[in-house]
Ligand binder design. Structure first.
Ligand SMILES: [Zn+2]
Length: 258
């Protein structure tokens, strides 16, 4: 039985409400959609993220928190399109301010889910979100690639002890799908970290300039759902840097603080 059929049966039995506030007969009501345009900026070292900040659509609280939990943990996949739209608005604004044009290909790298989460949920929310986000950004003339290059190591799990600073400093590293990165960035990026780390501008010719690279001057973004301590995003960026891929920006749906 297909998911859509199951969803249809579920709807007939219990008509759905807003994922954020439970208002009846809508996926995400207008008021809750507006909550996703209350952008939050958190400072990160520019040595880590070229733009020196992580950008989020909203704070992780109230209806936004409820909608994300409903989407991620209860498989409410109808909400994905609204989250993709909210992220697209934030990213397009950031690209405009930063001066990134459609001449720069965009690379979206979703933060990985743990193997146990993938097993329990039966889907990979961030990949689905990035796929829809890529379609939206493409409609604005950008060439967009979704690159699922990061995987959690077997047996690793989110750190929940220690202070925020301690957790960030002990950020995880992730397994790298070298074939995916090699396809986009070329073999040289994967054996010479300094090649890309010296590049702070998306239009710098040194970024992705390997003759074997598919992309020229790509603008690389890590995308995650929630930023709590920042340790997941930091772990993603460090792992990519170790593979020679610079990260220009990081975006999340929500941020716990900022
Ligand atoms: Zn609502």
């Amino acid at each position: 039985m297909t998911y859509s059929l199951l969803r249809e049966i579920d709807y007939l039995l219990a008509p759905r409400g807003c994922a954020g506030c439970l208002q009846p007969d809508c996926v995400l009501c207008h008021t809750c959609q507006q909550q996703l345009d209350r952008w939050v900026e958190r400072d990160f070292p520019s040595s880590l993220i070229c733009l020196g900040a992580l950008f989020s659509c909203a704070r992780y609280q109230g209806p936004v928190r409820h909608a994300i939990l409903t989407w991620k943990d209860h498989g409410d996949r109808e909400v994905t399109q609204y989250f993709a739209s909210a992220l697209a608005r934030l990213i397009l604004r950031t690209l405009r301010v930063t001066g990134v044009s459609p001449d720069n290909p965009l690379v979206l790298i979703p933060a990985p889910s743990s193997r146990s989460s993938l097993r329990e949920r039966g889907w990979y929310p961030m990949r689905e979100l990035c796929t829809q986000l890529a379609a939206l950004l493409s409609s604005y003339g950008f060439h967009v690639h979704v690159c699922c290059a990061l995987h959690q190591k077997r047996g690793s799990h989110k750190s929940v002890t220690g202070s925020v600073r301690q957790r960030q400093s002990k950020s995880r590293t992730y397994q790298i799908n070298r074939r995916q990165l090699q396809f986009l960035f070329g073999a040289q990026a994967l054996c010479s970290p300094s090649l890309s780390l010296s590049s702070s501008s998306p239009s710098s010719p040194s970024s992705g300039s390997s003759s074997q690279s598919l992309l020229r001057s790509p603008f690389v973004m890590v995308i995650d759902d929630i930023c709590t301590t920042g340790s997941t995003v930091v772990g993603c960026i460090r792992s990519l840097r170790q593979a020679g891929v610079p990260v220009h920006a990081a975006f999340t749906l929500a941020s716990v603080s900022g």
